[in-house]
Ligand binder design. Structure first.
Ligand code: HEC
Length: 466
């Protein structure tokens, strides 16, 4: 076990299946009761499986009656020849108590957890060590968001999200219980936020945090590597997340149940967004493609593969895509990444252009609807878009505004240039009146968009260092 992962100990009375029971059964029983070779013909892979009797035909679980539940009877047995686990240490008394209380209380399991593996439920219940009290060094702002009321700015901390008052820049709240690194934060209505993060190379999580505070809920989902992005559909009914392990998943926002998961990308999925209508989920990946999924089913609708550049020394160079943002009110998609490339396109028009014109010649003759620009500041790491403007943040420390109106020609205006201070994150306030940018030196810059931003250079508002 990694040092910062501690088992979750619930403080409430009724044990929860995901947070309390699943970790015990997984830890104590899984080694012999998994897969095809499950001993005694009994499997502890999921709740659904563990209710099915094994070779003896005894009922493993009788809600309300621990004594009649074979799985509990064997765990609690004094007879060491029948006691489970069949070898090794018996289950400690306090864990038996959790199992007894859970069965006594009716052995409740939410429907959406019944077919999820106990391994995954246990991972979702991981409890993280507390956040550091003070930060010795400023922390790179890898994630940034306004709250739904626009009053606070939320930023990434170590195992926490920090909330600052927009006007005073004062730190007003710290939300702990989160994974080591935070890569994406989005508001989900007034009361809560969804957060993606993890530990590079080993684990990712999608969590929900109640802004009112309170106990940390188990993760909505876990990944094999860092979770890098999270998005909420504009009607608030769906949530989607993507990770460095190449996966993308979509959830019912009210229950947290996973609707679909796709693993078609072959490299980091750095960012994702719903289109304004909520019809599609669009991803941005280091594998050089942006994919369009039907939000309802997860079916791949099309892959956008035009982030390429022809260099003098090579035939064609493919660019990694690091960011995606979708336009308000239209199906417009903006993708950006390596080489300072910004592409503006629409899923329906793109599929029609690319899919139906099978003849290369016809395809090249047809005028494409895709608009592109290349910024001189190098790799684009994040995007924010309004109806008229695209804001881009670059690795070389620039924030650039592009005129996205049909007549604007994507003309670029540099709003900020801080060489050597990579700009990782951008956020627009819900009313579209403010833009915030977070940099690698831990600074957050704020613009009032009602004033012409090119004429009002931003001052650092806050330095993230509690
Ligand atoms: C070291 C391997 C091992 C571990 C760990 C283990 N079991 Fe078993 N279990 C067995 C074997 C082997 C059998 C087959 C019967 C026997 O040989 O006792 C069995 C049988 C069972 C059965 C009876 C199935 C049937 O109806 O025939 C249940 C229920 C059971 N185990 C529950 C558990 C529980 C609960 C745990 C965790 C607390 C657990 N086991 C851990 C090896 C193990």
């Amino acid at each position: 076990m990694i040092w910062w992962l501690l088992p979750l100990v619930s403080v409430s009375d009724a044990p929860s299946f995901a947070a309390d029971v699943a970790p015990i059964l997984h830890r104590r029983c899984a080694s012999c009761h998994m897969g095809d070779k499950a001993k005694g013909g009994w499997s502890a892979e999921t709740y659904g499986r563990l209710t099915v009797p094994g070779d003896t035909g005894e009922t493993p679980l009788v809600p309300g009656n621990p004594g009649a539940s074979e799985l509990f009877r064997l765990m609690a047995s004094d007879d060491e020849f029948e006691r489970m686990p069949s070898s090794g240490d018996p289950v400690p008394a306090e864990e038996l108590e959790v199992l007894r209380d859970w069965i006594q209380g009716g052995a409740e399991v939410p429907t959406e957890q019944q077919d999820v593996s106990l391994a995954e439920l246990s991972a979702r219940s991981t409890r993280h060590a507390p956040a550091p009290e003070h930060y010795a060094h400023p922390l790179a702002v890898t994630a940034l968001s306004f709250t739904a009321d626009g009053q606070r700015i939320l930023t990434s901390g170590v195992r926490e999200v920090l909330a600052f008052d927009v006007t005073s820049g004062r730190l007003v709240h710290r939300y702990g219980g989160l994974p080591q690194r935070i890569h994406s934060i989005v508001p989900e209505g007034e009361g809560s936020i969804a957060v993606a993060g993890g530990l590079a190379g080993s684990a990712g999580e999608l969590r929900r945090v109640a802004l009112g505070g309170g106990e940390v809920a188990p993760a909505v989902d876990v990944f094999r590597d860092l979770a890098l992005g999270v998005a909420v559909s504009s009607d608030g009914t769906k949530l989607a997340a993507c990770a460095a392990d190449g996966s993308v998943a979509c959830y019912d926002a009210s229950t947290g149940r996973r609707l679909w998961k796709s693993e078609l990308h072959t490299d980091h999925v750095a960012d994702l967004a719903f289109t304004a209508t909520g019809e599609f989920v669009i991803t941005a990946s280091r594998d050089h493609s942006a994919k369009v999924y039907a939000a309802e089913t997860g079916e791949l609708w099309t892959s956008y593969t035009r982030h390429t550049q022809t260099l003098p020394d090579r035939e064609m160079y493919q660019h990694a895509i690091f960011a995606v943002a979708t336009g308000p009110g239209s199906d417009r998609v903006v993708t950006a990444g390596e080489g300072g490339e910004v592409h503006v396109w629409e899923p329906r028009l793109y599929r029609a252009e690319d899919g139906t014109a099978s003849q290369m010649e016809t395809r090249f003759k047809a005028k494409s609807h895709v608009r592109t620009a290349r910024l001189s500041g190098g790799d684009i790491l994040d995007l924010a878009v309004t109806a008229d403007t695209i804001y881009a943040a670059t690795r070389s420390g620039e924030v650039v505004a592009l005129d996205a109106r049909p007549e604007g020609g994507l003309k670029a205006t540099v709003l900020m240039s801080r060489p050597g201070d990579a700009c990782f994150s951008l956020a627009l306030s819900p009313d579209g009146e403010r833009l915030a940018a977070g940099t690698s030196s831990g600074r957050i810059f704020l613009w009032d968009l009602l004033v012409d931003p090119s004429k009002a250079p931003a001052e650092p508002l806050l330095i993230v260092r509690p």
